[in-house]
Design a protein around this ligand. Structure first.
Ligand code: HEM
Ligand code: HEM
Length: 214
């Protein structure tokens, strides 16, 4: 990475998350929560569930483009870590201090891929679902291909608790960082600004931070 030449152990407040990624994140959180609740507890006619599902498809398409061509550290290659890095991070993860990680840390990165992958499977199977109620079939349901639809409906139903578990784990990890590691990850996802250690691309640094508790 085109890092600035400076001591890698110094702390800097940097512009980490770009506005596109932050907007994506909070829109995704709203649309997935709405789609999940409407699917599970919503009215029998699932039009609204479908609309939120389509919004999730649009957001995932944006994330794919952003992951391939977007800015650092939102690109997939910025948070694709090898097994060695993951196990090293895991060994130090219980330490009661902030990670100051510039981007998704190696464990968080795995959960990002898991959440995005699970959501992709959920919207894909939703499009082909047909619960045989003659009302709520997905737009790609093919009456001649009932086998595929039965499979899709089964997977769509089975994935509902998996997605709930992944989101609860996601929020649990954020709380763990706040309470145990004394690192607030939520404010950076709102403002884009975070105190980090290590190299970041030129132009992202706002100021040097001397107090490690900052
Ligand atoms: C349905 C609910 C949610 C979903 C589907 C979701 C999904 C995601 C995804 C996909 C990312 C990775 C961002 C990227 O694309 O690079 C992420 C990161 C993040 N999310 Fe969520 N999120 C949800 C709810 C929340 C909530 C309620 C909070 C706050 C308490 C939160 C806080 C964060 C933070 C702080 C990060 C960045 C973590 C880091 O520093 O690596 N999320 N989330
Ligand atoms: C992230 C997006 C989505 C989430 C979280 C989600 C979640 C859910 C949930 C929790 C259910 C209830 C499952 C059950 O009854 O056990 C459901 C049902 C359903 N969803 Fe989705 N869904 C999403 C996207 C979509 C999309 C894009 C479509 C199609 C346009 C779709 C079509 C359906 C259909 C047809 C059902 C009824 C199937 C049944 O009765 O089991 N979903 N969804």
């Amino acid at each position: 990475m085109a890092g600035e030449s400076r001591n890698p152990h110094e702390l800097h407040k940097v512009r980490l998350w770009d506005p596109g990624l932050r907007l994506f994140h909070w829109a995704l959180a709203i649309c997935v929560t709405a789609a999940w609740l409407l699917g599970e507890f919503g009215p029998g006619i699932m039009t609204l569930h479908f609309y939120f599902g389509y919004a999730v498809i649009g957001l995932l398409a944006f994330r794919l483009i952003w992951g391939l061509f977007g800015p650092w550290p939102a690109r997939f290659r910025d948070f694709l870590y090898g097994a060695g890095t993951v196990s090293r991070y895991l060994r130090g993860a219980r330490a009661r201090k902030p990670s100051y990680w510039p981007g998704h840390n190696p464990i968080g990165a795995l959960s990002v891929f898991a959440v995005l992958g699970a959501l992709a499977l959920q919207v894909y199977t939703g499009l082909y679902s047909n619960p045989d109620d003659f009302i709520n079939y997905g737009p790609l349901y093919d009456p001649a291909g009932a086998g595929a639809s039965t499979w899709a409906t089964g997977v769509h139903r089975a994935m509902a608790p998996v997605i709930l578990a992944l989101i609860l784990l996601h929020i649990g990890a954020i709380v763990f960082y706040k309470v145990w590691k004394r690192e607030n990850l939520v404010t950076p996802m709102i403002t884009g600004l975070k105190v980090v250690e290590g190299p970041v691309p030129a132009g992202r640094v706002i100021e040097k931070v001397t107090d490690r508790a900052a």
